[in-house]
Design a protein around this ligand. Structure first.
Ligand code: SAM
Length: 205
């Protein structure tokens, strides 16, 4: 399955997942990544609480609401506002500010009597500070690629930090990142965090 390509501000041509998303009412083509993962691993149907980090515009949140256990508690967090999705709550927070973001998530959990999330999702793409364009590793210049790699790696680690705060025992953490020079280091860290859990590696290309 094609992944969003790093476009460094340039328009990416529409593909079949863009068209399918429109047709099926998903806010993003990214929804199909989570649908495929869930079809493979059946992670959502038993989840009563799902936290989606870097969730805007909300494709994964839509999938979580529709596939999780009945009456789920689904929270989407993003720097950008997420248009309301029936059955989900959203927070406009920066996941790199883990203390502040974590406190906001905790307040929502407390207000609903929820103690942990069975599934924590992360689908972040770093933002270049100057222009605010999404960027991922594989940019057009060596320095752009380096900057994007660093941003992506840091964002994955921020998501891991939040996941370790809120994940239920035997819960599932799903993250997306592109192959880059930090790939092995990120995989190593993830394996340490998941040392007593099944470690699932999925590649979509
Ligand atoms: C690929 S999009 C997520 C798409 C989403 N999974 C969906 O299905 O619609 C990446 C998102 O990461 C968000 N993001 C990037 N850095 C962030 C940060 N530090 N804190 C919160 N969200 C961030 C961006 O605002 C963007 O909405």
């Amino acid at each position: 399955m094609p992944m969003d390509a790093g476009n460094n501000g340039k328009q990416r041509p529409q593909d079949k997942f863009d068209l399918l998303a429109k047709e099926q009412g998903y806010r993003s083509r990214a929804a199909f990544k989570l649908l495929q993962l869930d079809t493979l691993f059946r992670l959502l149907p038993t989840a009563r609480a799902v936290l989606d980090l870097c969730a805007a515009p909300g494709g994964w949140v839509q999938v979580a609401v529709s596939r999780a256990a009945p009456g789920p508690f689904v929270v989407g967090v993003d720097l950008a506002p997420i248009r309301p999705i029936r059955g989900a709550l959203s927070l406009k927070e920066d996941i790199t500010a883990s203390a502040r973001c974590g406190a906001a998530v905790r307040r929502l959990m407390d207000s609903r009597g929820v103690s942990s999330f069975e599934v924590v999702l992360h689908d972040g793409v770093g933002r270049k500070k100057k222009r605010g364009n999404p960027s991922v590793c594989g940019g057009t210049s060596a320095s752009a690629a380096q900057e994007a790699t660093t941003t992506q790696s840091a964002l994955v680690m921020d998501a891991v930090r939040l996941a370790t705060m809120f994940l239920a025992p035997n819960g599932t953490f799903i993250t997306k990142f592109f192959r880059c020079k930090d790939y092995k280091a990120i995989m190593f860290c993830l394996k340490q965090v998941c040392f007593d859990h099944r470690f699932l590696k999925c590649l979509f290309c």
